[in-house]
Structures are given as structure tokens and as C-alpha cells.
Design a protein. Sequence first.
Length: 302
Amino acid sequence: MALSPRCTFITAIANESSGRFGVPNEKLKDLLEEAGWRPESLARRVNAAIFAIRRENRQIHLKTPYRWLNRGEVPHAPVPEVVVRLLAEATGRDLTFDQVWPRGASRSSLLLPADHGLDLPWDASGLLRLLEEWSHPMLTRRTFMVVSGTTLTRHAWQWSQAPVPALASAAREADRVTAPMLELVEDIASRCRRLDERHGAAGAAFVADQFACVSRLLRRSRYDARTGRRLTSALAQLAQTSGFMAFDSARDGEAQRWYLTGLRAAHAAGDRALAASILGLMSNQATEIGETADALQLATAA
């Protein structure tokens, strides 16, 4: 996957390690040789990659990877996962954690690319599968890493080419979404947008909760096609608002995740103006983090 060239350290402290094994890490050494990188080059790339998660000014020291190589030390999360992804990209191989780090090393599954699980069809079933995964409690606790290049922009072009799906209720025996309930959902989505305009990211958790509620309606309630389109339009607005709040708080990977989800919801709603608005925000974000080529493609798609 492509990674943004700007990044920092978030949870790891520069020179601390989560494990000391005392045995040189020959696997990491061989992979660095294959990639043509010196340890200092790896450190720079790690610092660049982690800045895409959160724009903070902490960095690992350029000599720290020598301790990983010579002593078999393993850094704190999310550095090990970032190293695996960087080396996989550099070598063109699908590397696992154990192919880079000593067996038995503690690992975290809390770091994911922003487009994780989005290789789904652009139809009603694909959207509902995505919303089902969003509802998983483990996913809500994960940190999303910025993606760039075709990993990001392909979603924009897929959206522009995919036919608008005929959204139908997946639940047959559940309660029906009534007209008053639908009006309430749309009013909440509109108010959440105004909340962002007046108070910035202060209400991010509340907006995310409203997204979860509308998602649950789409997955578990009965509704006709017209109601489904209005629900998904409200869902897309909530995702857009959450994305902008995350971007405003320098959580760029999370913002991309929200925007990409909102793009799918806007597509399912047949709301091309809303989808274009989301792509415009994605283009603005790409400009802000230095991904000019991505910004141009996203703006063109919008």
C-alpha cells in the first residue's frame, strides 16, 4: 500500500522497546538488505509513515533500528506494524509480523490502513457488509493509517463508474422505519453539521454515535427503497461531518476512513452532489498533508 511521506510517533517513546530478546534479528537484516535500506533510512521512513497517523512532532532516533537489528529488540506499537508494511511495500512481498520480528514478540492489531475492508462491491450488499464491520467493537478501538496514491484514489474512480444500487431492507421481520423516525434522523444529521460549524471537533463522539444509530437502522430495520436512500444520505452526511472533525483534530487516517465510508453511503443514496462534496474534502486533506498528486485526482473526480 502507498504511504504518505509525512508522519510522526504517537504511542511509542523514542528509545524504549516492548521486548528485549538479546539475539540479532537476522530476518529484519535480510529484509533491509533486500530493500536496499540502511537502518537510518528505515528510521526516516518510520517517522514519515507514523506522521500520517497523527501530525505530532515526535520521532524515533535514526540509530534506534540498530538496537532492533543487533539486540533483537522490538519497539512499542504501532512501530512494528509500520515497519512490516514499509518493508512489504519495498520488497513487493506480502509480509507477516513473524517474518519481520522475533517469534513471541508482543504485537498489536490496532493499526490498520484507512481503506481496510473496503474492497467490497459498490452495491447494497457491499454497503451493508461495510456497516456490519463498522459496528464491530474492535474496529472502533483501532487506529487508521493514512493511505495515498492509487490505494486512495481508486475509490474515487470506482465511485464514478459504479451504477447506483437499488437499496432494499436486509431485515424482513424487524420494525419498519416510520416517517417520523426518518424525519428525526435527517434533522439530527443536519444538526450535527451545524454542531461542527459552531463547535468544531468537540462533538465528534456524539456524531459518531449518531452514525452508529443510523447504521443500525439500515442493517436491522425494514424500509422501502426511497426510505433507504434517505437513510443512506443521512448516513453519508454524518460520515462527512465525522471525517471533517477527525481531520480538524489531525487524525488523518481516521478522517480518510470516514470520508471513504461516506462516499459509499452517498453513492448508495444516489446523491452525487454529496459524494462530490466528500471528494472535495478528501482533496483538501491530501493537499494539507502534502499529497498533491492525490489532491488533483480527487478534485478531478469531484
